[in-house]
Design a protein around this ligand. Structure first.
Ligand code: PMP
Length: 456
């Protein structure tokens, strides 16, 4: 039950991630109480269709008892083992080997974190250590994408290319740089090829400007997620990976969202045969059933650190809960579910999702529809011909989310009125039918708003 007391306690005591503190206190919390498959029940007693898999993480859907059982078994036998001082646990070791076998062959070693932000943070620490260890201490600068998201750790937030994560936090640092996001819909380019060529040129120019001897790495998501589900043209990731190699800078691919079947392959890198130097993962690794992330790295980086001038000392990076055995046991069971059937199911239903998403273009509000696998978005515009956006001051996205909630539908309404969808991989055609029926009702109601009519 959602009691007023609980709502009051929330606004009094609980600081919510990425929230406007005062707005949240005013609006109050929406308390979720249980989940099953693609569906969530809230404390108001209603059932909602979750078309965003929690926070694009519950890829296997809610209520998978076998994952719960795996956690209980591990918790009962050994709830915790440190990785410090030479200790370890079986599930973590088996999981490390499993991840190396599943990911591109360039990746050979795994460090476990608690989520995505600290996986990125660990990557930055290891990259820094590596270049110092191999005698290239000037290689410290990192380039990433405008609109990219790489978490909110104290330095990682500066690699993120979203202004809300910078304001008042004193990032980016002078060593963190951005190039344009490969956002065809809002670019000056008519074709994907032109955009790819421009992106490569921009990266080359940026490296030249900073000096190749000073650039450590380029970070990107294969599909920009929190920046608005921006699917780059086919070939972009490969062209950028090849450019990094040619320029002698490390290539880190952040698969925190795109990993574990989200884009129709186990990892998005596989679409283009890309072999990164580092990869960060989280979310779908445990499908949100327990906290865990990881950074995978190449032999070259691992050996550079292991055999550097500091080789007699410990590498001082660690966390109490790195390689947590319960999270590892959960991850192993979740991966079994993907491999046994769920990835194949997601591949089967993805064309239906894509077709229904593309059909949204018929709606007067929808200027763009884009997707890859079960990751997609529609972009609402005030004028389709000019792609004019609604005035951000209207905060229309918040109204859209409220209207969708009224229609018992959950998705992510980004600030620029991009509506993002990341349905669990277990979605059936009838779940998609419910999604698009409720979305239609939502869009029709949005179209009738006075603030919308005035802008169109
Ligand atoms: N990288 C990417 C690409 C992400 O999408 C996210 C989270 N949305 C992160 C890193 C940070 O992960 P976490 O929230 O688990 O710290």
């Amino acid at each position: 039950m959602q009691t007023p007391a609980l709502t009051d306690l929330d606004s009094k005591y609980l600081v919510h991630p990425v929230s406007n503190f005062r707005d949240h206190q005013e609006k109050g919390v929406k308390i979720l109480t249980s989940g099953n498959g693609a569906w969530l029940t809230a404390a108001d007693g209603n059932t909602y269709l979750d078309a965003f898999a929690g926070l694009w993480c519950v890829n296997i859907g809610y209520g998978q008892q076998r994952v719960v059982d795996a956690a209980i078994t591990q918790m009962t036998t050994l709830p915790y083992a440190t990785g410090y001082f030479g200790f370890g646990s079986e599930p973590a070791i088996v999981l490390a080997e499993k991840l190396v076998s599943m990911t591109p062959s360039s990746l050979q070693h795994v460090y476990f974190s608690l989520g995505g932000s600290d996986a990125v943070d660990a990557a930055i620490r290891y990259i820094t250590h590596y270049f110092n260890a191999i005698g290239k201490p000037t290689k410290k600068h990192i380039i990433s994408l405008q609109r990219g998201y790489h978490g909110s750790s104290s330095t990682g937030a500066g690699i993120t290319g979203l202004p809300a994560f910078h304001a008042n936090f004193d990032v980016p640092t002078p060593q963190q740089h951005k190039i344009s996001c490969p956002y065809l819909y809002r670019s000056e380019f008519a074709t994907g090829e032109e955009l790819i060529a421009a992106s490569v040129k921009e990266l080359e120019d940026k490296v030249a400007e900073i000096g190749a001897d000073n650039v450590a790495a380029f970070f990107c998501e294969p599909v920009v997620g929190s920046g608005g589900v921006i699917v780059p043209p086919k070939g972009w990731l490969k062209a950028i990976a090849d450019t990094c190699k040619r320029l002698g800078i490390l290539f880190l691919v952040d698969e925190v969202i795109t990993g574990f079947g989200r884009t129709g392959k186990m990892f998005a890198c596989e679409h283009e045969g890309v072999e990164p130097d580092l990869m960060t993962i989280a979310k779908g690794l445990t499908s949100g059933y327990a906290p865990m992330g990881a950074v995978l790295m190449s032999d070259e980086i691992f050996n550079g650190i292991a055999d550097g001038p500091n080789k007699a000392a410990v590498v001082g990076h660690g966390q109490t809960y790195s390689a947590h055995p319960v999270s590892a046991a959960v991850a192993l069971e979740v991966i079994k579910i993907y491999e046994e059937s769920m990835l194949a199911h997601a591949q089967t239903v993805a064309p239906y999702f894509e077709a229904r998403l593309q059909a949204c273009l018929a709606h007067p509000l929808v200027g763009d529809a884009r997707s890859i696998g079960l990751l997609g978005a529609i972009e609402l515009v005030a004028d389709k011909a000019t792609k004019r956006q609604f005035d951000p001051a209207l905060k229309l996205n918040e109204t859209i989310a409220d209207i969708a909630w009224k229609h018992k539908l959950i998705f992510r309404a980004f600030g620029d009125n991009i509506l993002g969808f990341a349905p669990a991989l277990c979605f059936t055609e009838s779940d998609f039918d419910a999604l698009f029926e409720r979305l239609q009702l939502t869009l029709d109601e949005v179209l009738e708003l006075d603030i919308v009519k005035q802008e169109m």
